[in-house]
Ligand binder design. Structure first.
Ligand code: F3S
Length: 426
């Protein structure tokens, strides 16, 4: 791999042992991928504070510096962690202290995480604590090279923002945060950013639920490649594309898509395929829409709902406001809980705007930092849950062994209030 003189100096220890260990990891990683060079980056979204048994043991026995070396740099070295070299944020992690007594989540994890936040905060990590860093001020520019984890954030950064990142891991983001470098391969390269599959939408897609189902279809069609979406789609907003991307990254492993005329990088179908003849389209019509709906609801058998989950990916302020409007003046069924997951910064906005109070008056909760899938925690005794998120409907049954219903916000609120699932495809 080609290295600049500055990169060679980092590798050889000129900036200390932690940076040298980070470069060593990046060079091993780059060699495995056959990357010809490193990219300069100024934006890392990774995870350092997320509690785990291994981290708990390392911190207890050796302290946070060692935990970072082992977990975030894949190194046995004994060194102090220097300040982050480039802007770095913590993605979603475990629940915080304000979830104690609400979420069945171990107090030891909360304490470990609080200790981690203090350590990493001192080292320059912005504790955004959300899977949607782009909703709370971390907005890379079009064309900017980044090192991000979290599949729903990666697909948003590449496709909606036109930034460039692969789906990185805990160690590669750790190394990137100390060096401002990441192997230049995959989505960083112009040649790898063209469309590979064409999806022709022949049924109107113009609401949150439909964008999720279309994303789930597009992921199934494209797998780990790049779908290009055309046809009868309305103008999506941030939440629609957040849902679309999370679903496409769930049913497939999509990290980049193009919607000519809407997403920024490829303004036409011709540009999306680099002038090549587009492939035969996969048609998304009424039958495919129904098939997606039925797939996302195939785990639900009992109509008795005991948990409703909104906010995956983490909710926007507008989504929280809509939930508050739907719950205003209502009361949850005594047998049902409702949680809305949000970035902590946006929960603060919801608190100050009065939305949280309306939701709490109905018996619901706005929770920050985490989610049931990430923390493997749902209300005790949950057997059946309902959600408006294709991603949670896909993952949570497998993670927690529960049944799932997928529907609209209104259907989910109705389930929370009645304790029954009455949804259906309109
Ligand atoms: Fe975020 Fe959890 Fe969904 S981390 S994308 S709310 S599975």
């Amino acid at each position: 791999m080609f290295l600049t003189d500055a990169e060679k100096a980092m590798r050889d220890g000129a900036e200390g042992p932690a940076v040298a260990a980070a470069m060593d990891l990046l060079l091993r990683y780059g060699a495995a991928l056959d990357a010809s060079r490193l990219c300069d980056i100024r934006n890392v979204a990774g995870t350092m504070t997320q509690p785990s048994p291994v981290k708990a043991r390392l911190v207890k026995e050796h302290g946070w510096d060692k935990a970072f070396a082992v977990i975030n740099l894949d190194s046995d070295g004994d060194f102090e962690v220097p300040p982050m070299a480039v802007p770095t944020c913590q993605l979603q992690h475990g629940f915080g202290a304000d979830a104690l007594g609400i979420v069945p989540y171990p107090k030891e994890n909360i304490e470990l995480q609080a200790s981690g936040e203090a350590f990493y905060g001192r080292h320059g990590v912005n504790i955004l604590a959300t899977c949607t860093p782009y909703q709370v001020g971390n907005l890379p520019m079009r064309g900017e090279h980044c090192a991000w984890m979290e599949s729903s954030a990666v697909i948003y950064a590449n496709s909606v923002l036109g930034a460039r990142t692969n789906c990185e891991g805990i160690a590669s983001t750790g190394a990137a945060s100390l060096t401002g470098k990441i192997p230049c391969w995959g989505n960083h390269l112009d040649a790898n950013r063209y469309g590979t599959h064409l999806v022709d939408v022949q049924v109107q897609v113009d609401n949150f639920q439909d964008w999720g189902m279309l994303g789930y279809f597009a992921g199934g069609v494209a797998g780990e490649d790049h779908p290009v979406i055309t046809g009868s789609i309305g103008q999506p907003d941030l939440t629609d594309l957040k849902h679309f991307g999370a679903a496409a990254a769930t049913s497939g492993g999509v990290e980049l898509y193009h919607i000519p005329g809407i997403t920024p990088e490829k303004p036409t179908v011709e540009a999306a395929f680099g002038g090549a003849v587009p492939p035969s389209p996969a048609v998304y019509g009424p039958a495919e829409r129904r098939a997606m709906y039925e797939t996302l609801n195939e785990i639900g058998t009992s109509a008795d709902v005991d948990f409703v989950l909104l906010g995956c990916p983490h909710a926007s302020v507008d989504q929280i406001r809509s939930a508050a409007a739907a719950l205003d003046g209502k009361r949850l069924s005594p047998s049902t809980e409702l949680w809305i997951m949000a970035p902590r910064a946006l929960k603060d906005v919801a608190d100050r705007s009065g939305y949280t109070e309306v939701i709490q008056r109905a018996g619901g909760r706005v929770l920050a930092d985490s989610c049931p899938a990430m923390s493997r925690a749902a209300p005790k005794g949950t057997k059946v849950f309902a959600t408006d998120s294709a991603k949670q409907a896909h993952y949570l049954p497998a993670i927690l062994g529960i049944e799932a219903w997928f529907g609209t916000l209104e259907e989910c609120v109705d389930a929370a209030v009645t304790g029954r699932w009455n949804g259906g495809l309109r």
